[in-house]
Design a protein around this ligand. Structure first.
Ligand code: NAD
Length: 348
């Protein structure tokens, strides 16, 4: 397995491999770029079939964090960590302690937060070994929600602010009466539904589990649709809040919307599909720009800040999107490509 020659290597500054014999921990930390500051990014535990699969994932994710942090206006670089193993059957306190030691060995060059497969309690175990862990204790709140270390309320608020800006640009309208299809009613999607309902938007929702659908129908007057039908609706906005890679050629052809604005990571199955959306006249809010509320939250929890400073920072997602839309329009380039260009100007 080559690292420097890896197709996802992309000039990474630092890639560290770690094995702890007594706990059985095997993990990788990747720091993509620290020009703007020490690298911040989640730690993921996943049952990777091979070491190569784990390396590919950590390299791809840490690069993504550099772009996300730069566009969120953070003085942080991009990094990520992966633990190789099944979080349901192979996670032990000893491995979390060993992971804390691994993070500490990089002396703050990488600051860890929560990602798939890990909980706030796991991070607390790591935090006993190192101070370079964020998202354990939340001091600041968004919209009076209890702060428990989960950044989803801030992510949802950022997506709501960004969706409002995107609708204003695409439709010259506020949210009253605008029809929004939400795919996925988890931590972010359900909160987004609440924000949109409060502004008079008409909601169409889907999920593969029923519990939150009932809540959206009863409390936010949403109309439930099947997961298969969510792409075919005659609505104004599609808000992907479930999984990635849903914007492929087939689904893009089905969409009748004027805008796409949602929380899911890596929404475009391929980067070039951003142009396909532009050609169809669909305004696409680049995923890592509109879903940055969570990373902004984690950043503020690690500095001396306040509820209002954190909220104002999240609301800047709106200005960033407007800059992207204006450049995309004047240069005739897809919004996702413009976002990458602006990020590279900031961290390069
Ligand atoms: P979550 O797991 O709480 O919710 C996802 C929801 O999508 C679940 O209810 C799940 O049942 C549903 N779902 C899965 N497959 C589906 C399908 N085919 N059709 C319809 N629904 C489906 O996750 P979340 O924290 O709400 O995050 C949502 C998305 O936003 C994810 O892609 C995540 O990576 C991204 N994101 C989240 C945050 C955050 O702060 N939580 C931050 C940035 C990005």
């Amino acid at each position: 397995m080559s690292v420097f020659e890896h197709s996802e290597f992309d000039g990474h500054e630092h890639v560290a491999f770690y094995q702890d014999a007594s706990s059985g921990l095997k993990a990788i930390i990747a720091v993509h770029n620290s020009n703007l500051g020490n690298a911040l990014g989640g730690c993921r535990m996943w049952p990777y079939a091979t070491d190569e699969e784990a390396l590919r994932d950590v390299l791809r994710l840490s690069k993504g964090m550099t772009y996300k942090a730069a566009m969120a206006g953070l003085n942080q670089g991009g990094g990520k960590a992966v633990i190789i193993g099944n979080p349901r059957t192979e996670k032990t306190p000893e491995k979390m302690v060993a992971m804390g030691n691994f993070i500490d060995s990089l002396s703050g060059k990488y600051i860890s937060a929560e990602d798939s497969g890990l909980t706030v309690d796991d991070l607390k175990l790591m935090g006993n070994q190192t101070r370079h862990v964020s998202g354990i204790q939340a001091k600041y709140h968004i919209n009076s929600e209890p702060a428990d270390g989960n950044p989803a309320p801030s992510t949802a608020y950022g997506v709501y602010v960004g969706l409002k800006t995107t609708v204003a640009k695409a439709m010259n309208s506020d949210l009253n009466g605008v029809k929004v299809a939400i795919q996925g009613l988890g931590h972010v999607g359900l909160r987004l539904a609440k924000h949109l309902h409060s502004q008079g938007a008409c909601l169409y929702v889907t999920d593969i589990h029923t519990e939150n659908i009932e809540k959206a129908v009863n409390e936010y007057s949403a109309i439930a649709v099947s997961p298969e039908d969510i792409f075919d609706l005659d609505v104004d906005v599609f808000a992907p809040c479930a999984m990635g890679a849903i914007l492929d050629e087939k689904n893009i052809a089905r969409l009748k919307v004027k805008a796409i604005a949602g929380a899911a990571n890596n929404q475009l199955a391929k980067e070039e599909f951003g142009q396909l959306l532009a050609d169809k006249g669909i305004l696409y809010a680049p995923d890592y720009v509109i879903n940055a509320g969570g990373i902004i939250d984690i950043y503020h929890q690690s500095i001396s800040s306040s509820d209002s400073q954190m909220r104002e920072h999240i609301e800047k997602i709106s200005d960033t999107l407007l800059e992207i839309y204006s450049r995309a329009q004047s240069q005739g380039i897809a919004t996702n490509i413009v976002a990458n260009q602006i990020a590279e100007e900031r961290f390069g």
